[in-house]
Design a protein around this ligand. Sequence first.
Ligand SMILES: [Zn+2]
Length: 458
Amino acid sequence: MIRPTAPIALALAGAFLGACAVPAPRAIDVAERATLVEPLQPIASSPARIAPAPTPRSRHLARAVASAVDARGLTSNGTFESRHVDRAEMERVVREQVARELPAEVLAHEESAQKLLSVIDPDENYLDLVFGMLGSQVAGLYVPREKALYVVDDGVSSEGSADEHTVLVHEIVHAIQDEHFDLGRRVEWRPDGGDETAAIHALGEGDATLAMLLDTSRGEGLPSTFVEDFTSLMRETNRRQVGARVPSAVADALVDPYVEGLRFVWSLYSVGGWPAVNAAWASPPRSTEQLLHVEKFASREAPVSLSTQPVAPAGFDLLEASVAGELDVRDWFSAFVEFEVARSFARGWGNGRTELFGRGSERALRLRIRWDEDASAQAERAGNRMTRELVARFGRARAVGAFRCVERPRAGPLAWASSRRDLVVLAGPATFENGHAASTSSCASLAAWAAKTPPGHR
Ligand SMILES: [Zn+2]
């Protein structure tokens, strides 16, 4: 719920982003590779052009299947179709897939959460923002339910081109994952399953991206620094391509599964080859904490204890509650501080919860983060820095019990309190109806709610 686009990304597990269409890793250095990334075409204004019904598979597809099987080291029964679509048609497929895979209220809840947490502007049309971004970035998609591969043919990645081959290999590896590891079922949306499912989704994207890169390296293998270079290039390229309207925290969330998935899969692969990656599918990471730190995956580090009992403002009902995982927390911090700083704050994550509450059209949110026993220094640094950033952005903070609170005229009051290993954030109430956001509360009226949820509370 905190991390932008997270449920959409799940609905699209198996997508391929244009941003990762980097040519052969043999390319000499990162700078050179960056210049080779083709700018993506604008969304076509012409009516959707749908490829004709699948014909006997083309030579190109057969070649891509052989490459994917060879690079990934697993067989394929080949029971999937491939369809070429233009960009407008891909955006339609993406919207359809999201509508089919997610309960209707999930995206509305996410929109409220993003606004209450000041990740996006309170008046932003979140769905337009996100689908616009996806429409320009998704270059391929595997839809498990249909057993179908969609590949954008925009003149760059045209049929038979090297780019098309790369996209096909990535998508075919998703089909292979579906066949061997039941990808489609394992990334289905479920209530409060977000953090664990995000880790499995990233495993899938890292696996498909590595196989694709091994294929482009044509048997030469990948240099040890490659993954670090590739993932930072991907993050930068994506930020540039999504355009200025998209906040970088939202843009980064889109590439998290690829970037963090590739780091994770690479750290397994470089030690134990594909058998080590297959073993991770048999017993996958349980949290994004385990995904982000392979040593915590190895030791199966579990979350620390944190109450799951929601605490609502008077008169409000719980709409949705979920784990705020390490990746969620990092991406939220990164809406306020530099990426590396956000990463260091989130390290030592012990557990976290978000709860979204509603009363009529009003929305309010409580976020709790608890660090590990030995990470109270990070907790303190994060608390102090967030105080500076929030005051700089929203003006003077006043004391409300143990909390400090700033007024936001369109997103409602924002209050936070930290104590040793804990940070508690209360946001709202506010309304975000029909593109018109307004606070329905103030710091003064937050006191009763704040008193019920002191930091450090079990
Ligand atoms: Zn993918």
